[in-house]
Design a protein around this ligand. Structure first.
Ligand code: WTA
Length: 652
């Protein structure tokens, strides 16, 4: 259960730097100025349905919709009566012109192998695999689990499902057998697609072994298709398990895309609630495809010749929306990398940027802080001059990390798009348009045209500038989740019951005098110190601003006098030594940056922080440690269990 979201959060972050888009960038951009952005936003505000209907012309329809939006709060149907196919929009429609020979997917394996699939190639493989699925009896009303490494076959499997209308449910390759089984069972999946293994830091992740474990507890799954990536010895159960390459041998490459309803379920993606069982976020076809392609084009200011790289794993929504559906619907070249950023060395990403002359690079703040920690020498070894645009997603980016990204990776010439969105929103919601909106380090800036974001109190009243409160979205948008799979009531309760007639994001934020949004993190994480509600992110930013600090996580711990005390977990930069003196220095530093109010009660040095596999700090677990409690609730998304054990040892 979400803690009751009291409204006002005191903001203490003082960031005044501002970076206008470079003139040459604006001149060639899709949206060229602040005035143009504002006009567009206003137009969408005045006639949202007209606005989205116009945008939807960019998709290819088998038959046109009759109604743009049917809204029965909290349930939306977009482009009612229309028929289309996501796989057709991502592939077939690009085969009629010069794009047919364009690279759709550039892939780099961790061991250094590489493949390029042109639109024609990807189309052929998808058609063949769609026929394989049909051959196994998979139909438009079925769910298929995909549990694969970051290899082209993952993209092929997704698009093949979409082609025949089977709803995919991708489970991140780092999850355990139990997590796979839970998701199989919740979705009632009939088939699972996996690989023998996948490469991660030079080792093989034993995916098929995990699937074997999962399938003992997944009664609905009848068949398992296995791609041979790593030549591992795996157990193949007769009658259930089949090799991908054997099935593909005789598959026909002729498989017309199924005309599907606009609201046909495209995929389910499980996201962990703060407690309890994972939620299956359901996305459907037309609105999702529209939302991701529209935002991918505008936010990344897409050019026909761009080489675009989003470093996320396809197991997360960022990979769904901005490695696969958005870019391919736009006929872009999307790059996909299989492995770790520090394998074999800490410059692997920069080597890839140089090798493929990447133009647009989209990553997460947690990765940026790691690069910063590893040192400037790694990016400096490489020619990064092909980059013209940078992006971030996943967490608030602290200004220090933003500045490093801007200077060292972007060479001070690339705009940075700090994109705020969620698994549930499906598409980017708040972000600078890179040719139009001046950036401020740490702010996701302004809502996209078509998006009505506001900062409100619990009753839904808008708050004044710079008052921290709840971030809500006022109107339905095309790529919004439609429900939690199989649980309409939980959907209503978690998203549409906290604030009257608004979508509750569960994030705290403030809007400054220029209308810029500053996300302060999850409302559940807010500190309550002596009656002041403070954002953990802002105290963390102050710590990371100290020259010896690489990363910090801040949580509240019960304090008899103040309500909550401030407990800080700090990771130092490579080569720095933790001392008692440094603890005092950091406490003083926070007081200097923010004020006595935010003085940390304790500082604990740690080698690493507990994070989800997608890089978000799990403050809930740190709260347990700080207050000496046992950990309860879901820890299945934790990246590295040993971190928790180590933190507890450091405790003793
Ligand atoms: C956080 C990832 C600040 C936020 C696409 C949100 C951000 C949650 C940003 C969703 C950003 C994501 N600035 N915070 N640019 N982007 N978040 O579902 O708390 O993995 O609610 O989707 O991440 O995470 P999810």
């Amino acid at each position: 259960m979400m803690s009751s979201p009291a409204a006002n959060i005191t903001s203490v972050l003082k960031e005044t730097r501002k970076f206008p888009p470079p003139g040459a960038f604006s001149a060639q951009a899709h949206v060229k100025s602040l005035a143009e952005y504002e006009k567009l936003w206003q137009k969408a505000h005045d006639d949202p349905e007209g606005f989205w209907a116009l945008q939807a012309e960019s998709l290819t329809w088998f038959s046109k919709w009759q109604k743009v939006l049917e809204w029965k709060e909290p349930f939306a149907k977009w482009f009612v009566g229309g028929k289309l196919n996501a796989s057709f929009n991502c592939l077939d429609r690009h085969l009629v012109g010069p794009r047919k020979n364009k690279a759709a997917l550039i892939w780099e394996g961790e061991p250094g192998d590489s493949r390029v699939l042109r639109y024609q190639d990807l189309h052929r493989e998808v058609c063949k695999f769609a026929n394989v699925l049909k051959g196994q009896g998979i139909k438009a009303s079925d769910r298929v689990t995909i549990y694969m490494p970051m290899i082209p076959e993952l993209a092929i499997a997704m698009l093949a499902c979409a082609r025949i209308g089977a709803t995919h449910s991708i489970v991140f390759g780092g999850f355990s057998a139990d997590a796979v089984a839970d998701r199989n069972n919740d979705a009632k999946a009939r088939l699972i697609i996996t690989a023998d293994g996948g490469w991660r830091r030079g080792k093989v992740v034993p995916l098929k072994n995990n699937v074997d474990g999962a399938l003992e507890k997944s009664p609905t799954v009848e068949k398992c298709i296995v791609f041979n990536r790593c030549n591992q010895q795996v157990h193949m159960k007769q009658g259930r398990d089949m090799w991908w390459h054997e099935l593909m041998m005789d598959a026909s490459a002729d498989c017309p895309a199924e005309p599907l309803d606009s609201e046909h379920p495209l995929y389910i993606l499980y996201t962990s609630g703060s407690t309890g069982k994972p939620k299956g976020v359901l996305h459907t076809t037309a609105g999702y495809l529209l939302g991701t392609s529209y935002t991918h084009r505008l936010v990344f200011d897409l050019k026909e010749e761009d080489t675009y790289w989003c470093t996320a794993d396809i197991g997360w929504v960022t990979g769904h929306s901005y490695i696969i559906y958005g870019p391919l619907a736009n006929g872009a070249t999307t790059l996909m990398y299989e492995g770790a950023p520090n394998h074999p060395r800490e410059d692997r990403f920069w080597e890839i940027v140089e090798k493929y002359r990447v133009n647009t690079f989209y990553t997460a703040p947690t990765a940026i802080r790691a690069f910063h920690k590893w040192g400037d020498e790694w990016p400096k070894k490489h020619d990064l001059s092909s980059l013209r645009l940078l992006g971030t997603v996943g967490e608030p980016i602290n200004p220090e990390a933003w500045m490093w990204y801007h200077e060292v990776i972007g060479g001070k010439r690339c705009p940075i798009v700090d994109t705020w969105w969620q698994t549930e929103t499906g598409m980017i919601m708040i972000t600078p348009l890179p040719g139009a909106i001046p950036t401020k380090p740490g702010s996701a800036t302004r809502p996209l045209p078509g998006i009505e974001a506001e900062i409100v109190d619990k009753a839904g009243n808008p708050l004044a500038a710079n008052q921290g409160g709840l971030l809500v979205i006022r109107r339905p948008w095309p790529a919004m989740l439609r429900t939690i799979y199989g649980d309409d009531e939980r959907y209503r309760k978690e998203y549409w019951s906290h604030v009257p007639h608004a979508y509750f994001t569960a994030d705290g934020a403030r809007k400054d005098e220029d209308g810029y949004f500053w996300i302060m993190g999850r409302v559940d994480d807010v500190l309550n110190v002596a009656g002041h509600r403070l954002s953990t992110m802002e105290v963390e930013s102050a710590l990371v601003h100290h020259k010896r600090v690489a990363e910090a996580a801040v949580v509240g711990k019960p304090d008899e006098i103040k309500g909550e005390g401030i407990s800080c977990f700090v990771t130092l930069k490579t080569g720095e030594t933790p001392t008692e003196e440094l603890k005092k220095e950091l406490q003083a530093h926070v007081v200097k940056e923010i004020g006595a109010l935010a003085r940390p009660d304790e500082i604990r040095f740690t080698e690493s922080l507990p994070k989800t596999r997608s890089g978000k700090i799990m403050r809930r677990l740190l709260r347990d440690i700080a207050s000496g409690r046992q950990t309860t609730g879901d820890t299945t998304t934790l990246e590295d269990y040993s971190v928790l054990a180590r933190l507890r040892e450091e405790e003793e």
